[in-house]
Write a protein that binds this ligand. Structure first.
Ligand SMILES: [Cu+2]
Length: 203
């Protein structure tokens, strides 16, 4: 009896076809379930680029555009080669302009790396700079460059929050903005780590 005449051979072919059909169905299912999500990250990137372009058109006016001034976080700061291998000179010029606008509109305080462990208070380096001098109407951005969560809460660890401003928890890598409209001194601290203190002096 040749193999083709063997009834078990036909059964094998049947099984093989079922396997092929099942594989196709599985591929179809995978496409339906994650096919959209494959494009999800791309979608986010596209939205961010669109947001950046919009900020650029409006000369970076507005709170939502401030984030593009961060060092290393600006598309403009990335030197890009043109297809012919040359580099655009005016991209560099725009970068310099943007940075000077950012400096006059906003001050930045870093929430220091490792400030979640006591010790930074000995050299007043939990918030850097510890003391920030600004004029009224200046916005201040606290950047949590630490890996722990912190707060920027007006008041003192001794007397507690005074209610003037409170960031609530700022996660690692996140920021908090506050604009100071009245002259005076605003001491602040971290509710999670009460050894962390800083002060804003508004003139
Ligand atoms: Cu803290």
């Amino acid at each position: 009896m040749s193999e083709l005449e063997n009834p078990h051979y036909h059964r094998k072919v049947g099984y093989a076809m079922i396997m092929v059909a099942a594989s196709l169905a599985a591929i179809g299912l995978i496409h339906i379930t994650i096919g959209e999500n494959v494009l999800f990250a791309d979608e986010i990137q596209r939205e961010k680029t669109a947001a950046f372009e919009e900020c650029k058109t409006n000369d970076f006016v507005g709170d939502e555009c401030q984030k593009y001034f961060k060092a290393g976080n600006t598309l403009e700061e990335i030197p890009r080669l043109n297809p012919d291998g040359t580099m655009d000179e005016d991209i560099m010029e725009i970068t310099e302009e943007s940075e000077s606008v950012a400096e006059s509109a906003n001050e930045t305080v870093a929430i220091a790396v490792g400030s979640g462990t006591p010790g930074c208070e000995e050299t007043n380096e939990c918030y850097i700079p510890y003391s920030l001098n600004i004029t009224t109407g200046t916005g201040v951005t606290w950047e949590n460059v630490d890996s722990a969560a912190h707060t920027v809460t007006s008041g003192t660890p001794e007397n507690g929050p005074n209610g003037n401003f409170d960031s609530s928890i700022i996660m690692a890598g996140a920021t908090f903005d506050h604009e100071f409209s009245a002259a005076g001194e605003e001491p602040y601290f971290c509710i999670v780590h009460p050894w962390m203190t800083g002060i804003v002096v508004i003139e």
